[in-house]
Design a protein around this ligand. Structure first.
Ligand SMILES: [Zn+2]
Ligand SMILES: [Zn+2]
Length: 378
């Protein structure tokens, strides 16, 4: 493997600037890294955070986004622990973790105490360098979530890599490492609803759909999808939602509508994928006695909500935050692939592949609800 290596990536040159296909040079491959020829990458809202500068001081520019990569192994660092991994293997990429803290040692990568610095800065933890530079020699942040998958080739951290035995399904599986495991893991790893229980999902994006589809595998008694785009709600009903609520169209409150469905009891489980403070308040208000609410969409720092603490206490309610579905990707992603193979997690119905040159179209289709999960092909 000859390094440095010239390639191209969608570089964001400054906060708020467009993603721009730009020549880059991969400088070197560390012993704990894997060089991946990227074939596909899902597009997730966190990529827009990076692009808009919303990660604040964590992220510097120029930077490469992308954290739902899928590709083919091109070279393997000398100390990579998974000795079964070979050049030519198909891999799905997920988030990075330190591998050393008490959570990581317990195979709970999503709780890694170093999660923000490892995933949101795009630099190596060991020495703050970046694997890639621009042609003029300036470093470019190129390990976003350990992978920066909006690149034709990327040097990724070994903890991101999950082998995929189905190269033919690499495109539709690429979002497993973030959006899909976040929604599915919240249901299967944390909430574990029983057949007589009820679930409400606020926001019908890819995370919400993954939650709806996995709740339908139980199947939970009521699965209520809440969104403001009619087209997405219609698809949610097709893929497992028993009820849908268009919160932009109803008279009165979402909580009232949920109470109508549940006979006034509220829901046993509620998930907020939006991160919007007013939606989180509704999520807490719609819980049944003993119910659990999970925030999985990150709210802006500094936002506050109002909670009736007396009712919350008396109702024995729980509110938790969940990152990446509390999943350990090397174990959980293969489980999701199995579910898909059984026809119980039909991710092909919510995604669409776009050539990377059509990125703008992919983004506008995602924003207006035409497609739930755009996947870029490199
Ligand atoms: Zn850790
Ligand atoms: Zn994501």
């Amino acid at each position: 493997m000859q390094l440095p290596l010239e390639t191209e990536a969608l570089v964001v040159h400054a906060p708020g600037a467009d993603f721009e296909m730009t020549p880059i040079v991969i400088q070197d491959l560390r012993p704990d890294e894997i060089l991946v020829n990227m074939k596909y990458s899902g597009v997730c809202h966190t990529d827009f955070w990076l692009q808009q500068g919303a990660l604040g001081p964590l992220m510097k520019f120029p930077a490469i986004a992308g954290h739902e990569g899928a590709g083919i192994v091109r070279a393997i660092g000398s100390e990579v622990k998974d000795k079964s991994l070979q050049v030519g293997d198909c891999v799905l990429l997920s988030f990075s973790a330190c591998g050393e803290c008490s959570y990581c040692r317990d195979d709970q990568f999503s709780r890694c105490t170093d999660f923000p610095s490892l995933n949101l800065t795009g630099i190596r933890r060991s020495d703050g360098t970046t694997p890639a530079k621009l042609a003029d020699g300036r470093p470019v942040r190129s390990q976003f979530f350990g992978q920066s998958s909006f690149s034709r080739i990327s040097a990724v951290h070994e903890h991101c890599v999950v082998k995929c035995p189905y190269p033919e399904d690499m495109a539709i599986y690429s979002p497993m490492g973030c959006g899909y495991q976040t929604g599915a893991g919240t249901i299967l790893n944390i909430m574990k609803p029983k057949a007589d229980q009820t679930v409400a999902v606020f926001g019908a994006g890819s995370v919400g759909f993954a939650a709806i589809m996995t709740a339908a595998t139980v199947p939970a008694r009521h699965i209520i999808a809440i969104d403001i785009v009619e087209q997405k709600l219609a698809l949610a009903k097709e893929l497992g939602a028993t009820h849908t609520i268009n919160s932009a169209k109803i008279q009165g409150s979402v909580v009232n509508e949920i109470n109508k469905v549940t006979g006034g009891n509220g829901v046993d489980f509620a998930i907020d994928t939006t991160g919007v403070a007013s939606v989180i308040e509704k999520m807490l208000d719609c819980l049944a006695y003993g119910g659990t609410a999970a925030s999985v969409g990150a709210p802006p720092r500094g936002d506050n909500i109002s909670v009736n603490v007396g009712a919350f206490f008396a109702g024995k309610k729980t509110w938790i935050s969940v990152a990446e579905g509390d999943s350990h990707p090397p174990e959980f992603i293969p489980k999701l692939i199995d579910l898909h193979k059984q026809g119980k997690f039909p991710v092909e119905k919510i995604s669409k592949v776009y050539p990377v040159a059509d990125l703008k179209k992919a983004i506008s289709d995602m924003k207006d609800g035409t497609v739930i999960k755009p996947i870029l092909e490199f």
